[in-house]
Design a protein around this ligand. Structure first.
Ligand code: SF4
Length: 453
């Protein structure tokens, strides 16, 4: 999948008085690095004050040489890939600010679809914005709240925004974890050495040595403090709409949502695809890394050998690839290389998790043919994406399946055949019912619309 369209961020929070909060938060962010490589940052609570460190690039780069011997009671961290707002240090999170309620730091994964309208209104009323990130809208709404009680201010501020969010808020004495009422973005809770952790994915809990407890419920706020864990329902849960792209692409294969391991769901997507769209072929291979589980499942169900046909360059930072065609062409060749000895003379099933613009598939199919593949049968482990993510950048014009039929796409990418997984097959691979998932980019039925009243 071309990652230039759908992007995520990762959040990690820890409540653990002592010297481990900051170093553990950095470890948690490293485990969530796949969710964003543009910038990273941590805010921590130290003697009643909030202090932060943020920088551009990978977590490892931002925190190289950092002195971790900090006495803190809690920390929150963020890795960012911009969904809204420019890629610059000013937009790196956590976002820290002060108000009548005291100092606060915010870290957010998601998109607020009415942030531009609220921002315009606030600017007309004299508010000055420092960043182009939509989380600053929440900060302004919090600061303008007439209540001095943070929980009340959050109900007022988040009651005005519409969108998907997994939000961490740090004050000198509390760490709050809030999930939007539809539960679109993931947020999990775990125990860690007598303290608590909250993270976008369970892989971060595993990495730091935490123990998974449960997911934050849609519409719930969890407060972590010296009083322990308190659950505060901020909003009544609305129709659940967990983003199915967490399973298809965003999340790490070792993470678990709704009791289902991501790798196993992807493998099942591949198995279902093989049942629905078999191919006369010699081997099955997947586009690294997010399609490898689906490719293994396809091979298993088709009774074909699973082979490593493409090698990924693991040392190429995503930020190198810029969104212009010439650089994108170069990016694919730098990122992937076929193994001639595997694909030469073979009829290859190439499994990819999803098809966005089609330009990456075109290059990979060509690479495999140049390496001697006799046929390349492209199999997509999700249905055609014909709608943009209503919760992110509106990219409908760039979606190849919104403009071309399957036959036309097959010809465009040069594949011997092209088939997608059905929506039914996709949903059945999860433990969710279709009414509990967001399928907006496939069906256009986004749970939250930009123009909603
Ligand atoms: S439209 Fe829904 S399923 Fe698609 S990426 Fe956006 S939130 Fe996820």
């Amino acid at each position: 999948m071309n990652r230039l369209i759908y992007e995520e961020c990762g959040v990690f929070g820890i409540w653990l008085p002592g010297r481990e909060a900051v170093s553990t938060a950095v470890m948690g962010l490293i485990a969530l690095q796949h969710r964003g490589q543009e910038s990273a940052g941590i805010s921590w609570s130290q003697q009643g004050e909030l202090i932060d460190k943020r920088g551009m690039g990978l977590v490892e780069d931002v925190f190289r040489g950092f002195d971790y011997s900090i006495e803190a009671c809690a920390a929150i961290g963020h890795v960012r890939y911009s969904t809204m707002g420019k890629s610059s240090l000013i937009n790196a999170q956590p976002l820290t600010f002060s108000s009548r309620m005291g100092p606060m730091a915010l870290a957010h994964n998601g998109n607020l679809v009415n942030a531009p309208e609220i921002r315009t209104q606030l600017e007309q009323q004299g508010s000055i914005f420092q960043t182009s990130s939509d989380i600053e809208v929440v900060a302004h709404l919090l600061a303008r709240s007439t209540t001095t009680d943070l929980d009340g201010a959050l109900v007022s501020a988040l009651g005005q925004v519409r969108g998907a969010y997994a939000l961490l808020i740090l004050t000198p004495h509390r760490l709050l974890a809030v999930r939007d009422p539809h539960g679109i973005r993931p947020l999990v809770l775990g125990k860690f050495r007598g303290g608590w952790v909250a993270a976008s994915e369970t892989c971060a809990l595993d990495t730091v040595g935490g123990e998974f407890v449960r997911e934050v419920e849609p519409g719930e706020m969890v407060s972590l403090s010296s009083r322990g864990l308190e659950s505060i329902p901020l909003f009544p849960p609305r129709k659940q709409a967990f983003c199915i792209f967490e399973y298809i692409y965003f999340a790490r294969p070792d993470s678990v949502f709704n009791g289902r391991n991501v790798h196993n769901v992807r493998r099942e997507l591949g198995r279902a695809l093989a049942r629905e769209a078999p191919a006369e072929a010699d081997i099955v291979t997947g586009v690294p890394d997010s399609s490898l589980s689906a490719a293994a499942g396809y091979a298993e169900a088709a009774g074909l050998p699973y082979e490593t046909g493409l090698i990924r360059n693991r040392y190429l930072g995503r930020t190198f690839i810029r969104p212009c065609q010439q650089q994108r062409d170069l990016g694919v060749a730098l990122k992937l290389n076929p193994i001639r000895g595997v694909v030469e003379g073979k009829r290859v099933v190439l499994v990819d998790d999803s098809l966005i613009r089609g330009t990456t598939s075109l290059r990979i199919v060509q690479m495999l043919k140049d390496a001697g593949a006799k046929e390349v049968h492209l199999r997509i482990a999700s249905p055609p994406i014909t709608f943009g993510c209503g919760l992110g950048i509106d990219t409908k014009d760039e979606l190849i399946a919104a403009r071309m039929s399957s036959r036309e796409i097959q010809e465009y990418v040069g594949a011997s055949s092209l088939e997608y997984l059905s929506p039914e097959g996709m949903v059945a691979a999860t433990d969710f019912k279709d009414c509990e998932l967001c399928l907006g980019c496939f069906q256009g039925n986004h749970p939250i619309r930009r123009q909603e009243g």
